[in-house]
Design a binder for this molecule. Structure first.
Ligand SMILES: C[S@@+](CC[C@H](N)C(=O)[O-])C[C@H]1O[C@@H](n2cnc3c(N)ncnc32)[C@H](O)[C@@H]1O
Length: 298
């Protein structure tokens, strides 16, 4: 991998913003700024964009990329689950479009922050290296039983109990500190591959979700949509695994039941064959959209 993050479903996300003539867009996972750039390029100057990311390095990269848009881009080092607080601090009542592109970027995968299995890196995995505990600490501080549940529910890892036991055993003797420690134990318990992927992939996904409290943050965001979305406003969420997509589907459905929101597409949108060929990552992407109905029609 060459460290260049290829944005998924770029056209679909940009098109959902292209009708705006003014107002606020929030890219809640601005990352390298791929979606944000397309949105800013296709909207007039009266449209402004707030870019949130928990990763300060991602914000630096997107700020550099989006400097050409001057003061239309507002980077903020916060999680998308703090959306309402961020808007309050900026004195913004409601926003017109929100985009989330969940998971991690290729740039993070290629960094030395413990997201990949090449080389030997500290077992960190925090999106925001300024707060919270690393994956090595999380393994140390989580009970064997809870760790088995994390592996099973967040990663669908087979033999999750056996793997949790071995991770705890190694952690107790300070042998679960680096990515190569994780690779060694995953291979020992699961063999070289699980579901056609190298065996550390699914356990690492589960640990990353635990470390970054990803599902908790997503649930908090989904529940807060009524507090920030303007009438006719839209939220678009791209997810990459079934645990996330299920939460988005159920969260959107329960909002739609209130009749204040509608779901423009019954099924999630996926990348077309050409995009799937160009970008392997896009094969797992599901885009779901929710729209707020104006009060007089609700
Ligand atoms: C797939 S990347 C986004 C890529 C971006 N859309 C682009 O086109 O360049 C996901 C980003 O979300 C960030 N992230 C993950 N959880 C977050 C959260 N709770 N709040 C804000 N950002 C988060 C990660 O740090 C990462 O930079």
């Amino acid at each position: 991998m060459d460290g260049v993050h290829v944005t998924v479903l770029l056209e679909e996300v940009a098109a959902a913003c292209a009708d705006l003539t003014s107002g606020w867009v929030v890219d809640g996972t601005v990352g390298q700024g791929g979606h944000a750039e397309a949105i800013l390029a296709r909207t007039p100057p009266a449209v402004q964009l707030i870019g949130l990311d928990r990763d300060p390095q991602a914000l630096e990269a997107s700020s550099r990329r989006l400097a050409v848009f001057g003061d239309r881009f507002h980077p903020v080092h916060r999680g998308y689950d703090s959306m309402r607080e961020v808007l309050d601090e900026k004195g913004i009542a409601m926003v017109d479009r929100v985009v989330l592109d969940l998971g991690l970027s290729t740039t993070q995968l290629d960094s030395d922050r413990g997201f990949s299995f090449e080389g030997d890196q500290p077992l960190d995995m925090r999106f925001d290296p300024t707060e919270g505990r690393t994956a090595a600490q999380a393994i140390r501080e989580t009970s064997e039983n809870e760790l088995a549940q994390v592996l099973f529910f967040f990663g669908e890892v087979p033999a999750s109990r056996r793997l949790a036991r071995r991770l705890k055993e190694e952690s107790r003797v300070n042998r679960m500190e680096t990515t190569s420690d994780l690779v060694r134990v995953c291979r020992e318990v699961l063999g070289p591959n699980v579901r056609k992927m190298p065996s550390p992939v699914l356990p690492a996904q589960a640990l990353r979700i635990l470390v970054n409290r990803e599902l908790e943050r997503l649930d908090g965001f989904l529940a807060s949509i009524p507090t920030f979305l303007a009438p006719l406003g839209r939220v678009s969420v791209i997810s990459f695994h079934s645990g996330e997509d299920r939460r988005v589907k159920l969260g959107f459905r329960s909002l739609a039941l209130t009749r204040e929101f509608t779901l423009p597409h019954r099924k999630p949108q996926s990348a077309g064959p050409e995009e799937q060929r160009r970008n392997r990552r896009s094969r797992a992407a599901h885009l779901r959209v929710i729209e707020r109905i104006p009060e007089d029609e609700a």
